[in-house]
Design a protein around this ligand. Structure first.
Ligand code: PLP
Length: 478
């Protein structure tokens, strides 16, 4: 395919949009400029391919397709069936999964689908059985009360938020924390690593219905074989949320005990982080859960987004190519180079390094909160996000950490030498930033000072680092 085709496609699309609402066309163009100019170290973001982006912008968006392939509540879904089946086939083949459900609109939605599937599969509820076999009209008020009582208040054991777990793993700001009686496992305070004996102990005491593995901010491999053994020992369903590291599983960087798919009963993911697809989610599961998972829409989800499923099919096809494995390995090589560069310059990293795509800097060693560090880096053209560290004294809002990740910069083609230079830029900003004070003289967790000239200089250096690696090099909108 010629480079020219990509430019023509996006330029033409913008021309058509501009004729209706020029401000939207302008914003889309400005977003490309911003993305091209920023040193993006947000661990959960990436750059999807032009083919993936284009697969989303079309008339598939107009089609309702509640239900699943071959079993729709709407007529005329033959083409949606084609793309949904294709995306599911690619997902099964890529991950070696028995079943794939590609409708979830996001990672949170995928987790909701999984929770429902496990509840419906595992909880003994005669009223639910009646409802499932479509005898809903025969259900009495007492049946409905029983159903709610039986499905509610089930137990979930997941990784604690400050150790790197996700809100949807049973924490209060998410419905999972309100539906489930949750307990969490943390990490060893001395090493920052998961202590599997402690997880086993917590499982024995708490006897969860669901044991959740997976994380948003844990920089190490997780042994899913051991977690499955723990789940089996207490009769729990083992669910893994691989939203962050799906690309490393797809690219066969995580294999054997570190690949969740053969070990978990059910695996959820996003498609837009290290997997580099469109924004969305997916569920992979063992055959016994497939029927419940396929009820995701309308049980939990709104109508499927056929245009996004088309883009998932394209991105998953890309991830099945041999060069994706090379990409996945480079993500990890880059993260390790970034970690080494920071450590050599004196930074403190949670767990002392990384085996995956992300690095968690404990910025308290620089005398800063995560919030101050995040803003100072942003002033200097470096986009990161603040994150709690284990047992964080500054809580989940101000935090004491900065999470950085390499999937996006690796897509642009930056390599390990540039990661070392990036470490230098980050270290320079963090050593030159000083925490500020409130009006009454007490230490502020948000205010900071950083010399504006220094911030500008670092921003220019960041731009220089990116210059040899243009984003979407084939696309020229002018
Ligand atoms: N699960 C994990 C582990 C995540 O890190 C995230 C997002 O950051 C999600 C789920 C939610 O994904 P989404 O934002 O697509 O709903």
């Amino acid at each position: 395919m010629s480079h020219n085709a990509e430019s023509t496609a996006f330029r033409s699309a913008l021309e058509v949009i501009r004729a209706v609402e020029p401000r939207v066309a302008d914003a889309i163009g400005a977003e490309l400029t911003d993305q091209r100019e920023s040193l993006k170290l947000i661990a959960s973001e990436n750059y999807a391919s032009p083919a993936t982006l284009l697969a989303m912008g079309n008339w598939f968006s107009d089609k309702y397709a509640e239900g699943t392939v071959g079993r729709r509540f709407y007529a005329g879904c033959q083409n949606v069936d084609t793309v949904e089946a294709l995306a599911a086939e690619h997902a099964r083949e890529l991950f070696g999964a028995a079943h794939a459900y590609v409708q979830p609109h996001s990672g949170i939605d995928a987790n909701l689908v999984a929770f429902w599937a496990v509840l419906a599969d595992r909880v003994e509820s005669p009223a639910l059985k009646k409802a499932q076999v479509r005898q809903v009209n025969d259900l009495t008020e007492a049946d409905w009360f029983a159903l709610r009582r039986e499905l509610g208040n089930q137990r979930m054991l997941g990784m604690s938020l400050d150790a790197g777990g996700h809100l949807t793993h049973g924490f209060r700001p998410n419905i999972s924390g309100k539906m489930f009686d949750q307990r969490s496992y943390g990490t060893d305070p001395a090493t920052g690593l998961i202590d599997y004996d402690r997880v086993a102990e917590a499982a024995r005491e708490f006897k969860p219905l669901i044991l959740v593995g997976g994380y948003s901010a844990y920089p190490r491999k997780v042994n899913f074989r051991i977690l499955r053994e723990i789940a089996d020992s207490v009769g729990a369903t083992f669910m893994v949320d691989m939203a962050h590291f799906a690309g490393l599983v797809a690219g066969k960087v995580f294999t054997g005990d570190f690949d969740p798919v053969p070990h978990a009963h059910i695996v959820t993911t996003t498609t837009h982080k290290s997997l580099r697809g469109p924004r969305g989610g997916m569920v992979l599961c063992q055959p016994e859960l497939a029927d419940q998972v396929d009820r995701g829409c309308p049980m939990v989800l709104g109508g499927p987004l056929p245009h996004v499923m088309a883009a998932k099919a394209v991105a998953l096809a890309e991830a099945r190519r041999p060069d994706f494995a090379d990409y996945a390995q480079r993500i990890v090589d880059n993260a390790q180079a970034l970690a080494d560069g920071l450590l050599r310059r004196g930074a403190t990293l949670v767990t002392g390094g990384t085996d995956n795509h992300l690095v968690l800097i404990d910025v308290s060693g620089y005398g800063l909160t995560g919030r101050q560090a995040e803003q100072a880096l942003l002033d200097s053209g470096i986009v990161t996000n603040r994150n709690s560290v284990p047992q964080d004294p500054n809580g989940a809002w101000y935090t004491s950490g900065i999470r950085i990740g390499t999937p996006a910069l690796t897509t642009r083609g930056l390599g390990t030498a540039e990661m070392d230079q990036t470490a230098e830029l980050i270290h320079t900003v963090l050593t030159q930033t000083t925490a500020g004070a409130n009006a009454d003289g007490t230490p502020s967790k948000a205010k900071y000072t950083l010399d504006a000239d220094l911030a500008d200089k670092v921003a220019r250096q960041a731009t220089d680092l990116l210059a040899p690696h243009p984003l979407y090099p084939a696309i020229n909108l002018t």
